[in-house]
Design a protein around this ligand. Structure first.
Ligand SMILES: *[C@@H]1O[C@H](CO)[C@@H](O)[C@H](O)[C@H]1NC(C)=O
Ligand SMILES: *[C@@H]1O[C@H](CO)[C@@H](O)[C@H](O)[C@H]1NC(C)=O
Ligand SMILES: *[C@@H]1O[C@H](CO)[C@@H](O)[C@H](O)[C@H]1NC(C)=O
Ligand SMILES: *[C@@H]1O[C@H](CO)[C@@H](O)[C@H](O)[C@H]1NC(C)=O
Ligand SMILES: *[C@@H]1O[C@H](CO)[C@@H](O)[C@H](O)[C@H]1NC(C)=O
Ligand SMILES: *[C@@H]1O[C@H](CO)[C@@H](O)[C@H](O)[C@H]1NC(C)=O
Length: 488
């Protein structure tokens, strides 16, 4: 009696396995796909970069891999990525674990789609555009205050090797705090410490948790010591409480005398009952600004100071330009950026060279779409390989070198260079890009105007990443220390 049942189950299982291993019609090629595991056995998980690069050689600019039973289409090369990401069909965003876990649902900008996404995104873009437009001095003054504080902090430790991450984070978080709450805190204060810790832990957690979006079963079978979900949940809940508290306080304190900061403008829309504007939505936006806006700029600055300390000849050229245009040790402001092409080229070349988000965040097709003859059904996950553009000899003379001249032509800055997309591109391009550029420019130029960055003795000048070939979302430099010297 038992054998017929076992046999038919076996047959069903085998049919299932075979079905699972067949790619959909006209789907991009790639390594074989097995039931349950997908293409994982065919990838070197410890060196994904190597595996992907092999796949690209074999299958071309568009290929697919299966992670579990979920297909991911990988796009390489500037033309392919541009073609896809500029079309609205590719503007979706998968949000099964990391993003929705952090926000407790699909809210905010990064994980949402459709009407909700566009209304929130347009609001933020509009607001950031307003405050960063030249002529609006307010925000630049706020940034300059923070930069001045950062410099004071650095002055205390001149001529000795220091680690810069914490100091940079303090500066950046205070800028964001001003942006969101119209006030600043001191690094010693309890609330600052709490927010700093939340942002730090949440970023670490989300980078580790990316895999759970594909294999949610892992969250059930792996122990807490590996997944750290409870810990992630703790910091997430804490940050939720804080962001909601900020909004309550804001409503109370500023009744009647609005200052026109981000919360005021958003709350105005909430009060008017506009679609998709709620207090929860505001809290979600603020959390996103903190988590995404602080870590990315901070990583970029860590790269900048590292790279510049290893390239004294580049520092010399920037400093010559800053001295000539602004004067030595004089505050450098954003409106001077037009006259400082070399300094601007440094900012851009750091973004290219450091390539901090090699694959950005994944997109998803929102409906059936075709790309280069392949058919992609709705809800297919799409991953772009920005490294393939930032490291291509097609666009860069010396892709493997730090070479600011990549962005200069006859002494002028090249805007909108092809193959350059540090903030992604198309419909989901980072809304904070202008702000981030301003932060990088102001912090770097003002540091270089006053200090010389010197490598610690015995340092080999290695510009490698912390997790070579790893899967972290952001590419970090190896931990380092640097010496600040007063410019004589
Ligand atoms: C991206 O492209 C680079 C260079 O072509 C390659 O080394 C890397 O493995 C690729 N990464 C992914 C995720 O496809
Ligand atoms: C990954 O593979 C590349 C290319 O073979 C190699 O250069 C790199 O060192 C490897 N990384 C690790 C962590 O093994
Ligand atoms: C931006 O400025 C314009 C014109 O000054 C104003 O109408 C708009 O409400 C502002 N938007 C935001 C979000 O600040
Ligand atoms: C995410 O969830 C949706 C529905 O809840 C499901 O259709 C989709 O396959 C999931 N995606 C991943 C990557 O798990
Ligand atoms: C706003 O008004 C309240 C009460 O009138 C006052 O206590 C508070 O200091 C004012 N805030 C600003 C920023 O002017
Ligand atoms: C956003 O507004 C649209 C149109 O009013 C509505 O259909 C949708 O449910 C709203 N989304 C959210 C998340 O509130």
């Amino acid at each position: 009696m038992i054998w017929p049942v076992v046999c038919s189950l076996l047959v069903i299982f085998i049919i299932y396995c075979i079905k699972a291993s067949i790619r959909p019609r006209d789907f991009p090629p790639g390594p074989p796909c097995l039931a349950f595991l997908g293409s994982l056995p065919y990838l070197d998980v410890r060196n994904l970069s190597k595996s992907f690069s092999k796949l690209q050689e074999r299958h071309g600019d568009v290929f697919s891999v299966f992670i579990g039973s979920t297909p991911v289409v990988v796009l390489n090369g500037w033309k392919t990525i541009k073609e896809a990401f500029e079309r609205p069909e590719f503007s979706g965003r998968p949000g099964n674990f990391s993003g929705t876990f952090f926000q407790k649902g699909k809210t905010g900008i990064t994980t949402t789609e459709g009407k909700h996404w566009s209304s929130q995104r347009n609001f933020l873009i509009d607001y950031l555009e307003n405050i960063s437009r030249s002529g609006s001095q307010g925000f630049q003054d706020i940034m300059m205050d923070e930069v001045t504080d950062l410099k004071l902090d650095l002055t205390k430790k001149l001529s000795e090797p220091i680690a810069v991450s914490y100091k940079l984070n303090v500066c950046i978080i205070n800028i964001l705090w001003n942006l969101c709450c119209g006030r600043r805190l001191h690094a010693q204060q309890q609330e600052f410490q709490t927010v700093y810790e939340c942002v730090d832990k949440i970023t670490q957690f989300m980078s580790r948790a990316a895999i759970f979006s594909f294999l949610p079963i892992l969250t059930k079978v792996l122990p807490e010591s590996v997944t750290k979900i409870e810990k992630g949940r703790y910091y997430r809940n804490r940050f939720h409480e804080i962001s909601e508290k900020w909004i309550r306080e804001h409503r109370q304190e500023y009744r009647g005398n609005r200052t026109g900061d981000l919360q005021d403008l958003y709350l105005e829309k909430v009060n008017k009952g506009e679609d998709n504007f709620t207090e929860q939505g505001l809290a979600a936006m603020i959390r996103e600004i903190f988590v995404i806006g602080s870590e990315s700029v901070s990583v970029m600055l860590r790269w900048s100071l590292r790279i510049l300390s290893c390239h004294p000849e580049v520092q010399e050229k920037v400093q010559e330009e800053l001295d000539r245009v602004c004067g030595r040790g004089v505050d450098v402001t954003w409106d001077k950026s037009d006259q400082l092409p070399y300094t601007m080229a440094i900012v851009k070349e750091v973004q290219r060279f450091a390539d901090i988000a090699p694959t950005g965040l994944m997109h998803k097709t929102v409906c059936d779409a075709t790309l280069q003859g392949y058919h992609l059904p709705a809800n297919t996950l799409i991953m772009a390989n920005f490294t393939s553009c930032h490291q291509s000899t097609e666009f860069w003379k010396h892709p493997e070198k730090f070479h600011p001249e990549h962005f200069l032509e006859n002494g002028k800055l090249i805007e909108n260079k092809e193959g350059f997309m540090p903030y992604g591109l198309g419909t989901r391009i980072c809304p904070g890009m202008k702000l981030a550029d301003m932060e990088l420019f102001l912090i770097l130029s003002n540091i270089l105007s006053s200090y010389q960055l010197v490598m610690v003795e015995g340092d080999d000048g290695d510009l490698g990443t912390q997790f070579e070939g790893g899967t972290a979302v952001l590419r970090n430099p190896k931990p380092y220390r640097v010496v600040f010297e007063n410019r004589s």
